[in-house]
Design a protein around this ligand. Structure first.
Ligand code: CAA
Length: 258
């Protein structure tokens, strides 16, 4: 099957999808998103395919949602179309593993697509960012949530508020990417990882993916509620009474373990 804005090839059990809109640094317009949905659905439905690699060009994985396409769009249409909803839900519903192999710019929606992958392999030239604030908007494909969970509040907040880019070394240090490799080796390394995953028992691969995502995607408000309840339960222990009393009396606490 051929597509307008992406190239898709199968290498044994690995599907390789390459963005192919170099004139716009692989900006994600409607057609790219449609092509990706179709390619990911075909991959997920094909039992012979066991892992997928999504990559871009040397200069850009993807420079974000297509600003030219969005610039004239009436605000209410973003809402009425539930802009990005179908795309994000369809791609993140992919049950089989996939890897983002990022070289060059992964900005805005490009960074968000990379973060939807099960993991990111980065070339040493990779640059990640959420510069939407400079356009008077904010991430719209889950970026504020996934970035914060990946790199923590401080860096995510700084990146979203200033629009600054994170280079590959910082991205690896911060836990955004699994590994950094020389740019010339990126595709080989990604295909090697994908082949290793493709050789695993496929059901176990799907379940391992689901388990890790469960840890990553659990709700923060629920976790905070559980934390608060556990704190309240702890106040019923004798050690809590002793601990607070000892503090007031300026002496070490004597613990009973109950
Ligand atoms: N949308 C549409 N076109 C884009 C684009 C985008 N996101 N990014 C780059 N392009 C186009 C440029 O307009 C240019 O086209 P023309 O030659 O026709 O003018 C071409 O790609 C090459 O880009 P530059 O000349 O700008 O290349 P550069 O090397 O000087 O700069 C860059 C590279 C820093 C990535 C710069 O292109 C840039 O800042 N791009 C926009 C990044 C951005 O703001 N992304 C967020 C988009 S909003 C979003 O993604 C919303 C969301 O959360 C879902």
């Amino acid at each position: 099957m051929s597509y307008e804005t992406i190239l898709v090839e199968q290498r044994d059990a690995v599907t390789l999808v390459t963005f192919n809109r170099p004139q716009a640094l692989n900006a994600l317009n409607k057609q790219v998103l449609k092509d990706l949905i179709d390619a990911f659905a075909a991959y997920d439905a094909d039992p012979a395919q066991r892992c997928l690699v999504l990559t871009g060009s040397e200069k850009a994985f993807a420079a974000g949602a297509d600003i030219k396409e969005m610039s004239e769009k009436p605000s209410v249409d973003f809402f009425l179309e539930d802009f990005f909803a179908e795309w994000t839900s369809r791609v993140t519903a992919t049950r089989k593993p996939w890897i983002a192999a990022v070289s060059g710019f992964a900005l805005g929606g490009g960074c968000e697509v990379a973060m939807m992958a099960d993991f990111i392999l980065a070339a040493d030239t990779a640059k990640f960012g959420q510069p939407e604030i400079k356009l008077g908007v904010a991430p719209g494909m889950g970026g504020s949530q996934r970035l914060t969970r990946a790199v923590g509040k401080a860096k995510a907040m700084e990146m979203c508020l200033t629009g600054r880019m994170m280079d590959a070394a910082e991205a690896e240090r911060s836990g955004l990417v699994a590994r950094v490799v020389p740019a010339a080796d990126l595709l080989d390394e990604a295909l090697k990882s994908a082949a290793a995953i493709a050789a695993m028992p496929p059901v176990a691969a799907m379940i391992n993916k689901e388990m890790v995502n469960l840890a990553f995607e659990g709700g923060l408000s629920q976790a905070i509620l559980i934390e608060r309840r556990l704190f309240q339960i702890l106040t019923s222990t004798e050690d809590r009474t002793e601990g607070m009393k000892a503090f007031v009396e300026k002496r070490p606490g004597l613990w009973k373990g109950r």
